[in-house]
Design a protein around this ligand. Structure first.
Ligand code: GRF
Length: 197
């Protein structure tokens, strides 16, 4: 499968995906909405093509998304992998790549969707949080769940120490989920993602 990784920031998940050397994928493209995203440097180091469109040059979310769809079209990607992509996808985008977009979220969905999930978990006082890899649907962090793993919150955890633990789980389970999807081992049945029989 040809995949495009979408990232707006540091790209440590992109790096983990690159380093995992997944046999069933080729990273055909790294896309960013931010020209200064360090993820782009990581891609260039590995000779992965990059594409940047700054969302600030667009008024409407849909117009930006249409421009992105057009720009990535020539790369013929089968799967989009959001890895710290800080834009909500409009329905225009989600419909163009129906059931072909994955996201990683730093909490156990449906708890703590949206941004600052680590802080939300600490403020709520939960004892466990975690990581979720899911398909993207038209809601925010609501799509069918592929993999989840828990992370224990200790009394002395700070937002920083918690995010560090969450990141190390992310770097392990995102490549695992991409492997499952790209090798065709799982299917979506209703809201559930299950192993094909
Ligand atoms: C990750 O924590 C991911 O769960 C969230 O954004 C962060 C991206 O980090 N969606 P990085 O850019 O991959 O380092």
């Amino acid at each position: 499968m040809r995949i495009a990784v979408f990232a707006s920031g540091g790209g440590t998940n992109l790096q983990a995906i690159i380093d995992a050397n997944i046999e069933t994928i080729e990273i055909a493209l790294v896309f960013s909405n931010r020209p200064d995203a360090y993820a782009l440097e990581r891609a260039k180091k590995h000779n992965i093509p990059v594409c940047v469109i700054d969302h600030k040059s667009f008024g409407e979310r849909e117009d930006f998304d249409r421009a992105v769809i057009e720009a990535i079209e020539p790369y013929n990607v089968d799967l989009l992998v959001l890895a710290g992509y800080m834009r909500i996808l409009s329905p225009v985008f989600v419909r163009a790549y129906k059931n072909k977009i994955l996201n990683i979220h730093p909490a156990l969905l449906p708890s703590f969707p949206g941004i600052n999930s680590g802080r939300q978990a600490l403020e709520y006082g939960v004892k466990y949080t975690g990581v979720t890899v899911h398909y993207v649907d038209e809601g925010v962090d609501t799509g069918p769940i592929i993999l989840q793993e828990i992370v224990k919150i200790e009394d002395d955890d700070t937002e920083e120490s918690l995010l560090e633990k969450i990141h190390s789980v992310e770097h392990r389970i995102y490549p695992e989920a991409i492997k499952l999807v790209s090798s065709g081992e799982v299917e979506i049945v209703g809201r559930r993602v299950i192993k094909k029989s």
